[in-house]
Design a protein around this ligand. Structure first.
Ligand SMILES: [Zn+2]
Length: 269
């Protein structure tokens, strides 16, 4: 058995030895430096999609940071690793039992987070996402691009997933409003708040379940409720129907092998 493991380890290590790797060293921006390193747009898109759950590409990236692409740089690399002075985040390729190719961290988890089902404890839903709705104040038919959750003034409102505050300000009919981005594709909006959570400002990082504000009736509102929106790729989606990303894990039976491979790649950097 131990000889078998030895051979397996040797096989893994020698495979890694034979693997090529490409560095993107940041001098200007990811796009610019990736282009200079002949990295395809598809690989750059993958890097942004995967790492934007952990890195704010506008604020966190520094000169001298690097992305290491292990394996074939433009067709399904076997690992993508971000290295800065402060941290190292690596993801490693894995094909699940359904044949789906994806990237998982050294613990065997995808980087994208799970989302809360709802951003607060609410009493009822007074208005669902609908293309046309008669607005009680404006007396006209309007697109309702979110869900209205009725709750008492002061009920805590939670960030539905890890993210970064993009706006925290008054916004016309929305009243006191918070806009959070989650990775590169998702954003959520929380409107009519009575007040914001203390210490929260533009560019603050928030965790899933963190209180970001409190239910109110600021802006164009007939009573205390939370207007909540979910955006995917810049478009409003129905929060009650949209299938959100679910954090996935490497199968238990594959985990030891997956982690050995990941660790041997990291040792080679
Ligand atoms: Zn609404």
């Amino acid at each position: 058995m131990s000889r078998f493991i030895l051979i397996l380890t040797w096989l893994c290590v020698s495979t890694v030895n034979a693997l090529e790797s490409t560095n993107i060293r940041i001098t200007h921006s990811l796009i610019y430096d990736a282009h200079k390193a002949n990295i395809s747009q598809q690989t750059v898109d993958n890097i942004v999609r995967i790492f934007s759950w952990r890195i704010d590409f506008n604020r966190d990236l520094r000169k001298g940071d690097r992305f290491v692409i292990v394996g074939k740089k433009n067709t399904a690399p076997s690992a993508l690793i971000y290295i800065s002075g402060k941290k190292r985040i690596g993801v490693f390729s894995y094909v699940d039992k359904y044949g789906r190719f994806g990237y998982y961290d050294v613990n065997g988890k995808t980087l994208y987070p799970t989302f809360l089902k709802a951003p607060l404890k609410y009493r009822r839903i007074s208005s669902e996402f609908q293309p046309q709705r008669f607005h009680p104040i404006l007396k006209t038919y309007l697109f309702h691009g979110g869900v209205d959750y009725v709750a008492n003034t002061g009920t805590p409102v939670y960030a539905v997933a890890d993210g970064v505050i993009k706006h925290r300000k008054r916004m016309g009919g929305f009243g006191k409003y918070v806009h959070i981005t989650h990775g590169s594709n998702y954003a959520t909006i929380y409107a009519h708040l009575s007040r914001y959570a203390s210490g929260l400002k533009r560019s603050s990082k928030v965790k899933k379940g963190q209180v970001i504000g409190y239910v109110g009736s600021t802006g164009r509102s007939t009573g205390p409720h939370l207007h909540y929106e979910l955006h995917y790729k810049g478009k409003r989606r129905n929060p009650l129907k949209w299938s959100l990303p679910q954090r996935k894990s490497v199968a238990k039976s594959d985990l030891a092998r997956f982690q050995n491979r990941a660790k041997s790649i990291l040792r080679k950097l």
